[in-house]
Design a protein around this ligand. Structure first.
Ligand code: PHE
Length: 345
């Protein structure tokens, strides 16, 4: 029995020595140390041994088991190390290879323009405000001196939700909301960018949803010349110092007097060309002095306070600044269009 055990040990160790894969090792482990293996068999036959022999053989059998098991472990470690080495070699990274290009996004042209306009007005002491896109008839029209039967309501074809609720047709309701909040207690100097909605048929220059930036400055002694000064600075900073502005009389129910502002055409410098339709000027926004009734409705004493307001369309401004020929480009999100302006400014 003793010989048989030693024989098994020599045999098993030789096989371990020869083994070249982890699978071989597993097979040897099962074959020699498993429940059905020869060592277990030897131990089963121990009953036939004498009392003196039994512990000796028992001890030897355990030693043989341990010897085989420890060799298996050593070899396993060794084979694993080799395998890892091979894997590392196969996976070496060529650090000199150029990286794969990553497509990075950028701000939408409209976002950039709105931010540029915001920065410009923040620089002149205006705060940036927001208002709801679903607006009440009161703020969208009535508080802006447009009572229900006012013909000028037709100027803006509206999307009504109920009799009293609509998608705001302009950002001007934020004027009324802001002044209404202060109820004449303090000056207001704010701009409000946001989406507006009109029942227009979409084409190259019309969109049923577009963007506006509203401006409002109410204080004691605000004059038309202040409006002109602020807008002149705005136009020059955004379009170039060489640009001139002009104000033309116009009409809005919430401003009196009302104006429309043109900037000189950058193509012909005011001489007249196809871009400015021969006039030398391009219209970019509407504005005027806040109507006393609008001030009064919001709780401002129109004998004490006066103000100016204006509203502009950033799409139109971006179209003029970058020569975009179709307003729909802003909304169809063609990457070929969008990426052209990632570095714009
Ligand atoms: N709300 C006007 C429009 O949508 C623009 C405007 C704003 C005019 C403020 C005057 C003062 O056309």
């Amino acid at each position: 029995m003793k010989e048989r055990l030693l024989e098994l040990q020599t045999e098993a160790l030789a096989k371990v020595e020869e083994a070249s894969t982890l699978k071989d090792l597993q097979d040897i482990r099962v074959a020699y140390l498993g429940k059905k293996g020869p060592i277990t068999e030897v131990l089963r036959g121990m009953g036939k041994l004498s009392k003196e022999e039994r512990p000796v053989i028992g001890e030897l059998a355990n030693k043989v088991r341990e010897a085989i098991a420890s060799e298996l472990d050593n070899k396993k470690e060794h084979l694993e190390a080799i395998e890892l080495e091979k894997k590392l070699e196969a996976e070496t990274i060529d650090v000199t290879l150029p990286g794969r290009p990553v497509q990075v996004g950028g701000p939408h042209l409209l976002t950039s323009i709105v931010e540029e306009i915001e920065d410009l007005f923040i620089g002149m002491g205006f705060e940036v405000r927001e208002g709801p896109e679903v607006e009440t008839d009161y703020y969208n029209f009535e508080a802006l001196n447009l009572p229900k039967d006012h013909p000028a309501r037709d100027m803006q074809d509206s999307f009504y939700i109920t009799e009293e609720l609509l998608m705001r047709t302009h950002t001007s309701p934020v004027q009324a909301r802001t002044m209404g909040e202060y109820q004449g207690s303090q000056p207001v100097k704010m701009i409000c960018p946001g989406k507006v909605y009109r029942r227009d048929t979409d084409d190259a220059t019309h969109s049923h949803q577009f963007t506006q930036v509203e401006g409002l400055y109410v204080d004691k002694d605000v004059r038309m010349s202040d409006l002109k000064g602020v807008l002149n600075r705005f136009a020059k900073q955004l379009f170039g110092e060489e640009r001139e502005i002009r104000l033309r009389p116009s009409f809005f129910p919430f401003t009196e007097p009302s104006v429309e502002m043109d900037i000189s055409c950058k193509v012909c410098h005011g001489h007249g060309c196809s871009v400015c339709k021969g006039t030398g000027w391009i219209e970019i926004l509407g504005g005027g002095m806040v109507h006393p009734r609008v001030l009064e409705m919001a709780g401002y004493d129109s004998n004490e306070y006066s103000g100016f307001a204006f509203g502009m369309g950033p799409e139109r401004i971006a179209m003029l600044k970058y020569g975009v020929d179709d307003i729909r480009h802003f909304y169809t999100n063609d990457v070929r269009f969008l990426t052209q302006y990632h570095k714009a400014k």
